[in-house]
Design a protein around this ligand. Structure first.
Ligand SMILES: CC/C=C\C/C=C\C/C=C\C=C\CC(=O)SCCNC(=O)CCNC(=O)[C@H](O)C(C)(C)COP(=O)(O)OP(=O)(O)OC[C@H]1O[C@@H](n2cnc3c(N)ncnc32)[C@H](O)[C@@H]1OP(=O)(O)O
Length: 282
């Protein structure tokens, strides 16, 4: 199902690049000068998080961690979308084993990104609803391009986002703003996200967003890395501890929710809506 990773290192002069996986759903490029790794999601058209993409993101994060990079930037190869969240096709008339694996891997990706000790930043070069927002809010810093939307819209889909999925969001926003945004399924525009503190900066292009993320990571160059890492993890430990306590039950909750006939009906209708949107565009 998942092919072994092929790692090809290009010479150490100039930026070093290694293609993360044989399937190429993500790439990892390490800048030799700065030591910062950029993880790019490459599953057209919208980086829908299917099982293979989630496995690939997780492996790339682990690879970056093992390579002792100075920091991690996550971004997307898609011109308009950072990540559209879970691939809805994985939830429609699902294969049960695969559905279980999808949710488990979403948990694993979040856990790997949220709990990594090195500095992390998201160059949000397009829309970032639901699982896209989850990735961005697991990072320490966010830079977003104009005229896009970011947020947790699960409630609108009839889903109650579990605590771990919301914890990054809650790290960033005041509780009152987070509660209202979640209950209203609010997708913030880039400007609103900046105003509320959900993102840290706006950039006019993906390249500029990556540069700003690298500058943020660079601010730690004179800070003791062990002290920095332990401080970060101290802030995140309670959320991670709670997550590990509840993760198995959370998978069962997800499976039972998705398998409910009314939810399946809702997912079908949602998919139809996305298709109609395409037809209206043409
Ligand atoms: C519906 C779920 C209901 C119940 C599920 C129950 C339990 C799940 C529990 C928790 C799940 C939580 C996390 C999640 O991530 S759920 C996923 C939520 N994601 C979304 O709602 C995003 C939906 N997509 C969009 O809003 C837009 O596509 C966009 C803003 C990301 C991009 O807009 P564009 O105008 O640029 O592009 P489109 O024309 O809309 O889309 C292009 C293409 O991509 C397909 N697509 C879009 N999003 C998804 C997706 N999440 N999964 C699979 N496919 C997606 C879309 O259909 C188009 O395909 P075609 O070109 O028509 O083939």
């Amino acid at each position: 199902m998942f092919s072994p990773r092929v790692v090809s290192l290009v010479p150490r002069t100039g930026p070093r690049r290694f293609m993360s996986t044989a399937s190429k759903l993500t790439t990892v490029e390490v800048n030799d000068k700065t030591g910062i790794a950029t993880l790019t999601m490459c599953r057209p058209p919208v980086n829908g998080q299917n099982l293979e993409l989630l496995l690939d993101i997780k492996s790339s994060i682990k690879e970056i961690e093992n390579d002792s990079s100075r920091g991690l930037i996550i971004t997307s190869a898609s011109p308009k979308v950072f990540c559209a969240g879970l691939d809805i096709l994985e939830m429609h008339k699902p294969d049960q084993q695969r559905l279980r694996a999808v949710w488990t891997e979403l948990q694993n990706v979040w856990c790997a990104l949220y709990g990594i000790s090195m500095p992390t930043a998201a160059a949000i070069n397009g829309h970032a609803p639901a699982g896209g927002c989850l990735l961005a809010t697991a990072c320490e810093y966010r830079v977003m391009v104009p005229d896009c939307r970011i947020g947790l819209n699960e409630t609108q889909l009839g889903i109650i986002a579990p605590k771990w999925l919301v914890s990054g969001f809650l790290n960033i926003l005041p509780k009152r703003v987070a509660e209202r945004a979640l209950t209203q399924s609010r997708l913030f525009t880039t400007d609103e996200a900046l105003q509320e503190g959900l993102i840290d900066e706006i950039a006019n292009s993906k390249e500029e967003a990556v540069e700003k993320c690298a500058a943020f990571i660079g601010t730690f160059s004179k800070v003791n890395p062990v002290a920095r890492a332990l401080t970060k993890l101290q802030f995140r430990a309670e959320n991670l501890r709670q997550f590990h306590k509840e993760r198995e039950q959370d998978v069962e909750n997800f499976l039972s929710l998705v398998n409910r006939p009314e939810v399946q009906k809702g997912i079908g209708a949602y998919l139809e809506g996305l298709k109609k949107k395409k037809a209206n565009k043409q």
